[in-house]
Design a protein around this ligand. Structure first.
Ligand code: PLP
Length: 444
């Protein structure tokens, strides 16, 4: 097992990129699709916990978890052991046509751990986008309705259904039309817009519900034609925007009133990242369908939709996936869920409080940092020109992320001018403090 105990982390020993990384970057440049969005030249060799070693032996502290994926840390020994054990027994048999125990065990575990009293059923995919596709198809199938409501700022993935649900950036859509029809976007709920104190905000006081009822339902989308509302409880790519406290209960009421399904995209916010298995639990709402992926199997490709039993009523052959829920990924997910239950969900909540307190201290110290937000280890801060205008400073944000990289801290942007903090959920208190220290230096 790879450990870093004889070296302190971070430990940058070469100019970045180092010589080996440079060689690989040249080959990447020649052979890889230009559509990827790499922001700094990190070429990874291996990882352990919240530490990444690059091909030149430099050690980085990872506050990205491979974009919120390695939930239990890089190569957690229990996850690796489960993968190795399963790989020696059975790699594939296709859960679409045959049965195997790891898939059944994982479906049962997810059903039992998911929020709300209703019985649940699971459909397995390989990715987040595929989970959104499955949720879109199931919503239309179950309701016999075509229309769907989604939100500006949402990011749901890159396949046609998921892309059509997204309302984040033009670069995701430009040149790819025609998209899936009958998807209507509305503004993502914002705290400041809520007329009442958040805790009281329910269907009658919710500006988002009002907008849907008075504009969308009256002008373009009859409610009896709407199959589902798709929402991220915390918008990911567009800046870790947290849905106000009353809004998800209000949307739940709206859905119940019109026979619409409430679908939550927990691809980024789920799997313990906010201190609960699914972020929606913070709102006390039971959705009809939950979309999961990213952190579910600590880095192995897996996604899932978790639907109420009465909703997942499609017939054999209507939806399936050769690889979705393969035995190795399912075993990795079972090990992941055990670790989350045992220690990492609690750690995510505690480290999140510590991280946000630290960021608030940095916000007081640095004129360009503003608006610490998020829940648990799904936390972000904005980079602004100054505290009066609060004008977004994209250039400075990118400079901070680059400067942090050169000091050995891996960060990612989000939204227009945000920096996101989504480290592995095993991150220690000491690593959080180290990260905050580097961020402070990278900001000055
Ligand atoms: N939904 C959300 C909220 C996401 O953040 C992402 C990916 O970033 C996706 C869906 C798409 O997941 P994938 O890249 O696995 O298809």
């Amino acid at each position: 097992m790879f450990r870093f105990d004889k070296r302190t982390v971070p430990d940058i020993r070469t100019v970045l990129p180092g010589p080996k990384a440079k060689g690989l970057l040249e080959r990447d440049q020649r052979f890889m699709s230009p559509s990827y969005t790499r922001i700094y030249p990190l070429v990874v060799e291996r990882g352990s916990g919240a530490v990444i070693e690059d091909v030149d032996g430099n050690l980085f502290l990872d506050f990205t978890a491979g974009i919120a994926v390695t939930s239990t840390g890089h190569c957690h020994p229990e996850v690796v052991a489960a993968i190795q054990d399963q790989a020696a027994k059975l790699l594939h048999m296709s859960g679409t046509d045959f049965y195997y125990e790891p898939q059944i065990a994982l479906a049962q575990k997810l059903a039992e751990m998911s929020p709300g009293p209703s019985k649940k059923r699971i459909f397995f995919t390989n990715s987040g986008a595929e989970a959104l596709e499955a949720a879109l198809k199931l919503s239309r199938w179950h309701t016999h309705r075509s229309r769907v409501i989604a939100f500006f700022g949402a990011f749901h993935g890159r396949t046609y259904g998921a892309m059509s649900l997204s309302g984040s950036k033009l670069v995701h859509r430009r040149g790819f039309s025609p998209l899936v029809p009958d998807i209507h976007h509305v503004a993502y709920p914002q705290n400041a817009e809520c007329g009442k104190p958040n805790a009281e905000c329910r269907i009658e006081g919710c500006p988002t519900v009002r907008e849907i009822e008075t504009t969308l339902f009256k002008r373009v989308a009859p409610p009896e034609e709407v199959a589902a509302i798709f929402i991220e409880p915390i918008q990911g790519e567009s800046g870790y925007r947290v849905c106000p406290p009353g809004c998800l209960p209000a949307l739940r009421e709206l859905c119940d009133k019109h026979g619409i399904l409430l679908v939550v995209d927990e691809v980024q916010s789920g799997m313990g990242r906010t201190g609960k298995l699914f972020a929606v639990e913070h709102w006390g709402v039971e959705p009809d369908i939950i979309c999961s992926a990213k952190g579910i199997a600590s880095g192995m490709p897996l996604g899932a939709i978790i639907a109420r039993d009465r909703v997942m009523d499609w017939p054999p052959g209507s939806h399936a996936s050769t690889f979705g829920g393969n035995p190795v990924s399912c075993r990795a997910a079972l090990a992941t869920l055990n670790l989350l239950e045992r220690e990492y969900m609690k750690n995510a909540a505690e480290r999140g409080v510590q991280l946000q307190a630290g960021l608030r201290r940095l916000q007081e110290k640095h004129a360009c940092l503003h608006d610490v937000r998020g829940i648990g280890l799904m936390t972000a801060i904005d980079v602004v020109k100054d505290k009066t205008s609060l004008a977004p400073d994209l250039k400075k944000r990118d400079e901070i992320v680059q400067a942090a990289f050169h000091r050995g801290l891996l960060l990612l942007g989000c939204g227009e001018n945000g920096i996101r903090f989504c480290p592995p959920l095993c991150i220690t208190a000491g690593q959080v403090e180290t990260g905050l220290g580097i961020l402070s230096k990278a900001t000055t």
